[in-house]
Design a protein around this ligand. Structure first.
Ligand code: GAR
Length: 199
């Protein structure tokens, strides 16, 4: 058996690409990416999905009439595609407790810092790296965790540390964290979760 994976995205989709590459190389083999959902129109991640022949769906909160309607449409789409595992890969919306309760230990998120540092509401994308630089930490990294009702508060699955170097800008640090941690950790953790549920 193979788990059906939905990857939720909002932007460039380099983490989605890492998952697609891991699927092609066999690192990810207990699950298959069968759906990509974007909450932003024109996200480049959708192009990546198209190139890999993965169906892409765009769901816009504003157009649907708010968070509850968005989550209802999302749930319906996930059911239509018989999804088993949801991976948040650069997905910039916080899902409600009502939604996450429907998917216990079935939603993973990648966060670009070592939780519990620089996480929670308001910490996303470059803001996370800016906060790490402002604080002056010498080590940061990435965390993959299960998603529950607390933003970035679910059980940690995997973490990897990355050095902060003199002269780092948020952009430079973001790239290093992606290369040395996110793109490795997310496919590995996704495989581990898919393997567990397929047993
Ligand atoms: C990644 O660094 C991801 O960890 C982060 O946004 C970036 C998305 O890049 N996610 C968050 O900050 C979520 N709180 P990508 O679209 O190229 O994968």
């Amino acid at each position: 058996m193979s788990a059906n994976i939905a990857v939720l995205v909002s932007g460039g989709g380099t983490n989605l690409q890492a998952l697609i590459d891991a699927q092609e190389s066999g690192i990810l083999h207990s699950g298959k990416i069968t759906l990509v959902v974007s909450n932003a129109a024109g996200a480049y991640a959708l192009e990546r999905a198209k190139k890999a022949n993965i169906p892409g769906v765009t769901l816009l909160k504003k157009q649907l009439g708010g968070q509850a309607a968005f989550e209802e449409a999302l749930q319906k789409t996930l059911e239509e595609y018989h999804i088993d595992v949801i991976v948040l890969a650069g997905f910039m919306t916080i899902l409600s407790g009502d939604f996450t309760a429907k998917w216990p230990r079935r939603i993973l998120n990648i966060h670009p810092a070592l939780i519990p540092s620089f996480c929670g509401e308001g910490f996303y994308g470059l803001k996370v790296h800016q906060a790490a630089l402002d604080y002056g930490v010498k080590v940061t990294g990435a965390t993959v965790h299960y998603v529950n009702h607390i933003p970035d508060g679910g059980e940690i699955i995997a973490q990897k540390a990355v050095e902060v170097l003199p002269g780092d800008t948020p952009e430079i640090l973001q790239r290093r964290v992606m290369e040395q941690a996110e793109w490795i950790l997310l496919p590995q953790a996704t495989e581990a979760v898919c393997k567990e549920i397929c047993q």
